[in-house]
Design a protein around this ligand. Structure first.
Ligand SMILES: [Zn+2]
Length: 146
């Protein structure tokens, strides 16, 4: 297959952006095909049809990095956090209720704002939307790549 011209160094398929998909709350196979798989194949087709464009403009839906950084980027997007360990890990552990982030503590996103005035409301909503198994798997995958 042509798409194998762009191998992932870890041997994982990019279409497996499963964490973001699971984090949306709609786990239907129809949605996976309509959004994730469609965007992956259309994006690859568009990339191959437009070699004249600058690299970043060749991906119509943007591009995630491969491997661990790509996972951090996906989790960061899901949590509305920067794609860094310093931001994503505390947020994931907060969702699991394994970490307490006080309302007046600095937000883990690095904004220098108090948590209650920054990402607390967003993470509360995320806590209702994303199941614990998905969060635990995300942490396990990050550790796998460490
Ligand atoms: Zn924040």
């Amino acid at each position: 297959m042509k798409m194998l011209a762009y191998p992932n160094t870890e041997g994982l398929c990019c279409v497996g952006v499963w964490t973001e998909w699971l984090g949306t709350g709609d786990r239907s196979f129809e949605r996976y095909l309509r959004d994730t798989v469609h965007d992956f194949f259309f994006g690859q087709w568009f990339y191959e049809q437009n070699p004249q464009l600058p690299e970043r403009e060749r991906w119509p839906f943007g591009e995630r990095s491969h491997g661990r950084l790509g996972l951090l980027e996906g989790l960061g997007a899901m949590l509305d956090m920067p794609a860094t360990d310093a931001a994503v890990y505390p947020a994931l552990h907060y969702l699991l209720e394994e970490a307490v982030i006080g309302p007046n503590a600095l937000c883990p996103c690095g904004s220098q704002r108090r948590f209650k005035r920054c990402h607390r409301a967003h993470l509360w909503r995320a806590r209702k939307q994303i199941d614990l198994v998905t969060i635990r798997e995300a942490i396990d995958h990050l550790r796998l790549y460490t």
